[in-house]
Ligand binder design. Structure first.
Ligand code: PSU
Ligand code: MN
Length: 303
């Protein structure tokens, strides 16, 4: 049944079946999170970093309605350039599949497809969350509900302050999602190491992290975990510069009435323009950093 929908590259299937470390990677970051050609270059380098750290990379996307686990270079190029690639979260998935369309997967849908394929670790940039002003707009990313129920550990650089970080953490707590700081007491804010909010638990290494994840799933506590891995010191942005850029972007989105699934891509692009591209460089570096930690975590989990 699943074979009708799911297309796992043979070498990835073999690794999964053999209990080898595999790391899932998302594609919304490629198609809607970064401009071409940096997006394609970054995605390739991320796969390389995963390999260097002893795991098998599995970039996930939907092509011609097939749930792809692992993509070719041409397919990656297409995801980076194509104009018909739908940002596909949980609610969009049935439509994209049923109609044979192309979709870039968000954190939520990448988790769904990872779980279907049997992949436990997923590395990305940042998760979606509760948007600022959500008390009015109800804009809460489906990523958070997915984390509540799907068994995949997500390594990220925290949540951007285009979101309401405090409310995002409250929402995760309500849904029983552990938020773990990788070498930090503070939940990172994507472009910066600090956010002003604490994580629930701090770990010092991948081994400690693997122990928590194993305990969670051994106990039947379904759902994911958020691992907040701060951007390396040398690549973080100046706190005031980035927050001013975010304020501007959020204000412009408000004025233009941009909401729903367009909100995150719009804000990312604006922030890049306001920071004259500096935010993009930080974004790229933090993804590399998450890919390395995710890979070492996958190696620990496979032991
Ligand atoms: N944050 C980023 N870059 C991204 C995203 C988030 O820095 O590309 C993407 C992820 O795929 C995430 C999605 O799952 O945006 C969240 O979108 P929404 O808020 O519409 O659920
Ligand atoms: Mn939303």
């Amino acid at each position: 049944m699943l074979e009708k929908y799911l297309d796992i590259k043979p070498h990835i299937k073999e690794a999964i079946d053999g209990g080898k470390p595999v790391v899932a990677l998302e594609s919304t970051i490629i198609s809607h999170g970064m401009p071409y050609p940096q997006n394609v270059k970054t995605a390739k380098k991320v796969e390389e970093i995963v390999r260097e750290n002893g795991a098998v990379p599995a970039t996930i996307a939907i092509l011609d309605g097939k749930l792809k686990v692992g993509i070719s270079e041409e397919e990656l190029e297409y995801l980076g350039k194509g104009t018909d690639i739908l940002k596909t979260s949980r609610r969009d998935l049935p439509y994209v599949v049923a109609n044979g369309l192309n979709g870039a997967t968000t954190v939520a849908s990448t988790m769904i497809i990872s779980a279907l394929a049997g992949i436990k670790v997923f590395a990305t940039g940042g998760i979606g969350g509760v948007h600022r002003g959500a008390t009015e707009t109800f804009d809460i990313s489906a990523d958070l509900q997915e984390l509540a129920k799907t068994n995949v550990a997500v390594v990220c650089a925290g949540a951007k302050s285009i979101l309401d970080i405090g409310l995002t953490l409250e929402y995760l707590e309500t849904n029983g999602v552990p938020v773990v700081g990788f070498g930090t007491d503070e939940f990172p804010a994507f472009f910066t190491r600090k956010s002003g909010f604490n994580v629930d638990f701090k770990v010092e290494n991948e081994k400690e992290l693997a122990n928590i994840i194993n305990a969670k799933w051994d106990l039947g506590l379904n759902g994911g975990l958020v691992i907040g891995n701060p951007i390396p010191e040398e690549y973080q942005m100046d706190y005031d510069t980035i927050n001013n850029a975010i304020e501007k972007a959020v204000k412009e989105a408000d004025e233009k009435g941009i909401g729903g699934k367009e909100a995150t891509p719009f804000l990312l692009d604006k922030i890049k323009t306001v920071t004259k591209g500096k935010s993009l460089e930080s974004n790229i570096q933090l993804v590399y950093n998450n890919a390395a930690v995710g890979s070492k975590l996958a190696v620990e989990l496979s032991k």
